[in-house]
Design a binder for this molecule. Structure first.
Ligand code: 76R
Length: 247
């Protein structure tokens, strides 16, 4: 059996995609819209306080295209908290104007492919901070789930550790050339959801997503072993742009 990569696991992640029922919204009275807006703003304020206490994090984006209208990306210490968050949303007056579109459950993950021998990663503050990250306030988000392929000829899980390490080094080098332009959060979802990882990217310039993902397609890990699900791309919702969306 090939050696499994050791993973470091941090906060649990829920990507919660919702579609707005615009017909219901447009038919609603001003009072109903007001109540719905207020319930959403109250929830967001509550989640922002959790982030200020560094007990979790929130990214809220408007999805471009017809796959969804909103994505709430929540990070928390436990799955119970994530479930409480979705239930609180479902009970809110705003939820009446939304449909559940898609969700993804995972846990922030770092693997040991790039680890230094003899160094306990949990003693490195930068690594610990990356496991429980405060999500960036970048202009754009890009999310997609992915697998590593298991075909007879190309089976990632049967490759020796050393080969996977070498390929991950090359992957990491491409990633690093986007430092300052794209921030990645890799979350593991084996046993939690339908794909093996969630890839969440943040950038101020959305074009950098295309450049990075395209460049990686030529790198062996992605070219030979990557399988990808649906891509979601979105624009950051601030208090002002959220109010504008729901006017
Ligand atoms: O964590 C690290 O920075 C160390 C190097 C590294 C690892 C171990 C790294 C760097 N990644 C790692 C693991 Mn990644 N990553 C993806 C995708 O679209 C595609 O082709 C693939 C989707 C992108 C865009 C991306 C970006 N990475 C992983 C894993 C787990 C693999 C496993 O355990 O088998 C997956 C699934 C994955 C996928 N990667 C980077 C990036 C970027 C931008 C970096 C540089 C990060 C930095 O230096 O800050």
């Amino acid at each position: 059996m090939s050696e499994a990569a050791q993973t470091l696991d941090g906060w649990y992640v829920l990507h919660d995609f919702r579609t707005i029922d615009w017909a219901a919204w447009n038919d609603a009275t001003e009072a109903e819209k007001d109540q719905a807006r207020r319930s959403l703003f109250d929830l967001v304020a509550e989640w922002e306080q959790v982030e200020e206490r560094k007990e979790g994090s929130l990214a809220l984006y408007a999805v471009v295209g017809q796959k969804a209208d909103l994505v709430f990306m929540h990070l928390r210490e436990t799955l119970q908290e994530l479930n409480a968050i979705e239930n609180a949303f479902n009970r809110s007056a705003f939820a009446r104007f939304t449909k559940k579109e898609y969700s993804y459950v995972s846990v922030v993950e770092l693997s040991n492919y790039m680890g230094q021998p003899g160094v306990d990663p949990m003693q490195v503050p930068e690594i610990v901070a990356r496991l429980k990250p405060i999500l960036p306030k970048s202009n754009h988000i890009c999310f997609y789930p992915m697998n590593k392929r298991r075909l007879l000829g190309d089976n990632w899980y049967m490759l020796p550790m050393e080969e996977r390490k070498a390929m991950m080094r090359s992957h990491g080098m491409i990633g690093r050339s986007y430092a300052g332009k794209v921030k990645q959060i890799i979350s593991g979802s084996v046993g939690f959801d339908d794909w093996e990882w969630g890839v969440t990217l943040f950038a101020d310039d959305a074009l950098q997503f295309k450049k990075l993902v395209y460049e990686m397609r030529f790198d062996e890990v992605s070219a030979r072993y990557g399988e990808f699900g649906a891509f979601y791309v979105g624009n950051r919702l601030t208090h002002d742009s959220l109010a504008e969306l729901l006017k």
